[in-house]
Design a protein around this ligand. Structure first.
Ligand code: NAP
Length: 502
């Protein structure tokens, strides 16, 4: 491995979260070793490194929220907490031996394609430039904490904490805490906060659909079985996979099964909340699935604790000593917890990316991002995305989608290297046809049925979700179809490279 500007890397992977680590392992498995993973943080793990708020956990079963090529027989529960998931990522790095390929504290600030050499020039803050024949952009969509656009937000004189940048030194004992937001992060934080803080006020703008999440400890016997009979673990993963696939019928599309999902949500509300007024305040007014389902058994009970209060009046402004709601009440607070999600880049790019002929990807994505099968973009040869446009699942594990993307891009990069290509670029007509179909299909999904969510741009364009089953997503990425791409051979002046061992 080298980062001099004279000898290009075969591959630069940007980001060492789940996707970047998975890509690195699969590249190495394919015999590609001249690569580096550039990570701006000082540890691997991406969103699981950053989201350490109390109660942080995954609402997808761990046997499915993991890579099939790195099964873990030791998951302690059906659903794991963030610490255990981070431990899994660390153990993948250790077991696969990809540690030496990872360059921590390397902040990629932009990249530009040089058509004459068929390489990407990648700018790294404080370290100059690196060239690579192919790039895997694995920087992830949920990285930048998002703060609400509330007047006076900077005037608050107390302590503030964002869910994605938790302050573990802050002592909540006896404190008056205000939580803004009631999404997937908030419903995990609030049950922990009511245990620690003096009082908790939860500021809800939109109540979500809450469904039971039955979390069970994995017994020693089951772990032994998974350890010694790998087929048993594969079978368990498949069972979870197809179980989640069936849920798509009620969550992705608005069907009679959507009513069944809503019935389960209403039953959970009835079972856990006795007060009819509170129940009414917590009843969603949009189709289940339109926003992310909230899988928790602890949230409603936490809201009914003596020291907790749900506030449903809109926030008018944040003042130095607390939060003022629209009806004129001042809610004094010592600390505001912003569980308000992320700055998701749906209409730009996380870093400036300049492709062939000087085109700028952020300009092309100004009104909403698009790509071919979520992994490649016409005009940007040899660049591959993980968790790219329209690759989000609403009903299944993100890791299943990520694994398909990784296997696809490793195949594509293998082609570039084995055939000594200068450019492998997806055809624009294929990309346009693909996206027209995706947008048509999205029209029939619950996500586009009229609620506000981070899946949509301000204009209501859905650049985030994949409108189908995970099986369909996986199938479309099984093989790189060369008819979809334009292949340009390397100029004779570039010395032919020795093919990688596969
Ligand atoms: P989120 O889903 O975007 O929720 C943000 C919350 O903040 C919403 O309740 C939103 O209200 C509220 N909010 C935003 N601006 C506001 C304002 N100006 N005034 C009042 N409320 C405001 O963010 P998140 O909960 O961090 O979750 C983001 C994503 O992270 C999830 O969709 C999921 O993909 C991932 N996640 C996953 C897990 C897991 O278990 N796998 C756990 C946590 C997060 P509105 O609903 O009215 O917009």
């Amino acid at each position: 491995m080298t980062t001099t500007s004279t000898a290009p890397l075969d591959v630069a992977v940007i980001g060492a979260g789940f996707a970047g680590i998975g890509a690195a392992i699969r590249l190495r498995d394919r015999g590609i070793t001249n690569f580096a993973v550039f990570e701006r943080g000082d540890a691997v793990g991406g969103t699981w490194r950053d989201n350490t708020y109390p109660g942080a956990a995954c609402d997808i079963p761990s046997r499915l929220y993991s890579y099939s090529f790195a099964p873990n027989p030791d998951w302690s529960h059906t659903y794991s907490g963030s610490g255990e998931i981070l431990g899994y990522i660390d153990s993948m790095v250790a077991k696969s031996g990809i540690g030496p390929y990872i360059r921590l504290r390397h902040y990629v600030t932009g990249m530009e394609f040089d058509e004459s050499t068929g390489t990407w020039e990648i700018a790294i803050e404080g370290s100059g430039e690196v060239r690579a024949r192919a790039v895997v952009l694995a920087s992830g969509p949920l990285t930048e904490p998002g703060y609400p656009d509330i007047p006076g937000i900077d005037s608050f004189a107390g302590h503030t904490i964002h869910s994605a940048r938790w302050d573990h030194d802050y002592d909540f004992a006896g404190k008056r805490v205000a939580v803004i937001g009631t999404g997937a992060s908030a419903v995990q934080i609030i049950p922990e906060l009511v245990e620690r803080a003096g009082s908790v006020k939860v500021f809800q703008r939109t109540p979500g659909w809450v469904l039971p999440r039955v979390n069970r400890r994995t017994g020693a016997l089951a772990k032994e079985l998974y350890r010694h009979v790998p087929g048993a673990q594969t079978l368990a993963r498949q069972a979870w996979f197809y179980g989640h696939e069936s849920v798509a019928l009620g969550v992705v599309w608005n069907t009679p099964l959507t009513r069944v999902v809503e019935l389960v949500g209403r039953a959970q509300l009835r079972r856990q909340v006795a007060d009819p007024w509170l129940r009414r305040q917590l009843t969603p007014d949009f189709r289940a699935g339109c926003k992310r389902l909230l899988m928790t058994d602890d949230y409603y009970p936490a809201l009914q604790r003596e020291n907790c209060k749900l506030i449903t009046w809109p926030i008018a402004r944040i003042a130095p000593d607390g939060i003022r709601t629209a009806e004129g009440i001042e809610h004094r607070a010592d600390c505001i917890v912003f569980a308000t999600g992320f700055e998701v880049s749906k209409t730009g790019t996380p870093i400036p990316i300049t492709g062939r002929d000087g085109r700028v990807l952020a300009d092309e994505w100004r009104r909403g991002a698009f790509a071919y099968r979520s992994v490649a973009v016409s005009g940007y040869p040899n660049l591959f995305l993980t968790f790219g446009p329209n690759s989000g699942p609403g009903h299944n594990s993100a890791l299943v989608y990520m694994e398909s993307q990784i296997d696809y891009l490793v195949q594509a990069i293998g082609l570039i290297l084995d055939r000594d290509l200068r450019m492998l670029e997806v055809r624009r007509d294929r990309q346009e046809r693909y996206n027209a179909a995706i947008q048509r299909k999205l029209g029939a999904t619950t996500w586009n049925s009229g609620c506000r969510s981070w899946y949509l741009t301000e204009d209501g364009f859905n650049a985030t979700m994949y409108p189908g089953f995970a099986t369909q997503y996986r199938n479309q990425l099984r093989e790189v179809d060369l008819d979809d791409y334009t292949l340009v051979a390397a100029e004779p002046r570039i010395a032919p490279r020795v093919a990688s061992v596969s």
